[in-house]
Design a protein around this ligand. Structure first.
Ligand code: GLN
Length: 477
């Protein structure tokens, strides 16, 4: 048996039954890392020593018959924008290259309480800005399905680690598609929960009204398992929702008989990859075969989503990133000059070009004279987009779309054209603007063998519907 190829739900039982030790599981994952990480480059830092201490502690608990958490001994990867106390948290940015977090993110505390084992931190687009992981200041992660292609982004390292069997589970963050789009590119399952379902405390902020943490896993059951552990109210996050968390693994087998699926007319656009389109249509047929009913719905403001997102996300980013000034955190320039020179040079040298582009855009749209024309207007259209979903969900239970218009593209292909890159998220962005949950699950391969992603959306806090639908499809596919 190749332990690193197991899912978390398989491995967890074997560890509890003492058929595999947590140490063996971790060894299997590190052996894989030893073999393939030089090609894939999923991680920015590995914490091998700490990980083995964690694994041994789990084995000891199990040996002594002590109670262990639901992820006992499961080796997992964490995107490098979440704080682990006393460990580096760089956001794949030069400006944070030596930043050591003084505290744990809430998700980390929860995962520790579940007895998960942390393998290391994964590569990402700098400050989560991007769709290919090429904006990392450290390196470009490669897609394990085809090393000449990007793994998607910004959680490309987390998706590649899971797809490459260099982690059993991973977490990422999703502001406009950063969990779902890399999941689609790498052929894994990626879930963005409802805004407020998972605490953002200790997640380095990109666009605070859009950011959400979620699971990247090999299958839907693992997604439910991991979501169970990371969800829940947190008084340290003022946007956290104070409602109880269901056991997400319970709903999986409920079936889709009678489920009403909406297919948004605006999402089957011209220029979409034909293989993506036919794979999604085939998946819808499978769900119909299982007893679901489909109908067309309309989300009329979809065409504004990308524009609205790049106004709101950049505005929030420009405010959030003001704190990196060479005084409080991370990198400071070596060159001489007065205080203002120091700020300018630190930020000029410390941020990559995409981050600078966004800070400039965001500062512009918030500046007096332009605020009403851009930022305020974008907020109004955001409300319209959220209303579109509300109206659609009055008619249907879930909505199905492709996750992305294309499959994983070639490394370098879109780097010279930011707009082309931004369009990778055309199907994922509205979900963040509306704050609703969505998953991407694999739905077949192209003729070239590249994974295609199917996206399932539901109303706020209805992650269960998504998981039931996804699981039904996964079992049948
Ligand atoms: N690709 C989008 C962007 O570049 C979304 C990123 C994300 O979800 N963090 O902003």
């Amino acid at each position: 048996m190749q332990i690193n190829k197991l899912t978390a739900h398989q491995l967890k039982d074997l560890i509890r039954k003492k058929e595999i030790s947590a140490e063996e599981a971790l060894t299997a994952v590190y052996d894989q890392i030893e073999e393939t990480e030089k090609d894939i480059g999923a991680y920015v830092s590995l914490t091998k020593e700490k990980a083995f201490l964690q694994a041994k502690a789990v084995d000891k608990k199990i040996k002594n018959g002590e109670r262990v958490g639901n992820l006992a001994g499961i080796p997992m990867a964490i995107k490098d924008n979440m704080c682990i106390k006393d460990g580096k948290t760089t956001c794949s940015s030069k400006i944070l290259e030596n930043f050591v977090a003084p505290y744990n993110a809430t998700v980390i505390e929860k995962l520790q309480a579940a007895d998960a084992v942390f393998i290391g931190k994964t590569n990402m687009d700098e400050f989560a800005m991007g769709s290919s992981t090429e904006n990392s200041s450290v390196k470009t992660t490669k897609n394990p399905c085809d090393l000449t292609r990007v793994p998607g982004g910004s959680s490309g390292g987390s998706a590649a680690a899971v797809a490459g069997k260099e982690a059993i589970l991973a977490i990422g963050s999703d502001t406009g598609g950063s969990i779902r789009q890399p999941a689609a590119c790498c052929g894994v399952v990626g879930m963005k929960p409802t805004y407020g379902r998972v605490s953002r405390y200790g997640l380095v902020a990109f666009a605070s009204s859009l950011d959400q943490i979620g699971p990247l896993t090999k299958d839907v059951t693992d997604s439910a398992l991991l979501l169970n552990e990371i969800s829940g109210y947190d008084e340290k996050d003022s946007t956290s929702i104070n409602v109880s968390v269901p056991d997400y693994t319970r709903c999986l087998t409920k079936g889709v008989k009678g489920l009403k699926i909406g297919i948004p007319r605006e999402y089957f656009i011209e220029g979409m990859n034909v293989e993506v389109k036919s794979a999604v249509e085939k998946a819808i047929k499978i769900l119909e075969g299982l007893g679901a009913k489909t109908q067309e719905v309309s989300l009329p403001h979809t065409e504004y989503a990308v524009a609205v997102y790049y106004l709101i996300a950049t505005a929030e980013a420009s405010a959030n990133l003001a704190r990196y000034d060479g005084v409080k955190y991370g990198y400071r320039t070596d060159s001489d000059g007065d205080l203002l020179d120091m700020y300018k040079k630190t930020r000029g040298e410390g941020f990559g070009s995409e981050v600078k582009r966004r800070i400039m855009l965001g500062t512009y749209v918030l500046s007096s004279g332009y605020y009403d024309a851009y930022y305020l207007k974008a907020q109004k259209v955001r409300t319209k987009i959220a209303e579109d979903f509300k109206n659609a969900f009055n008619q249907v239970d879930v909505i199905i779309t492709p996750t992305a218009p294309t499959t994983a593209f070639k490394i370098g292909e879109k780097m010279a054209d930011p707009l082309q890159m931004y369009l990778s998220d055309i199907f994922t962005i509205s979900v963040n603007l509306a704050g609703i949950p969505a998953i991407s699950i694999p739905c077949g391969l192209t003729g070239e063998g590249l994974p295609i992603g199917l996206q399932i959306l539901a109303p706020p806090l209805q992650e269960e519907r998504i998981l039931t639908t996804a699981y039904s499809y996964e079992q049948k596919e």
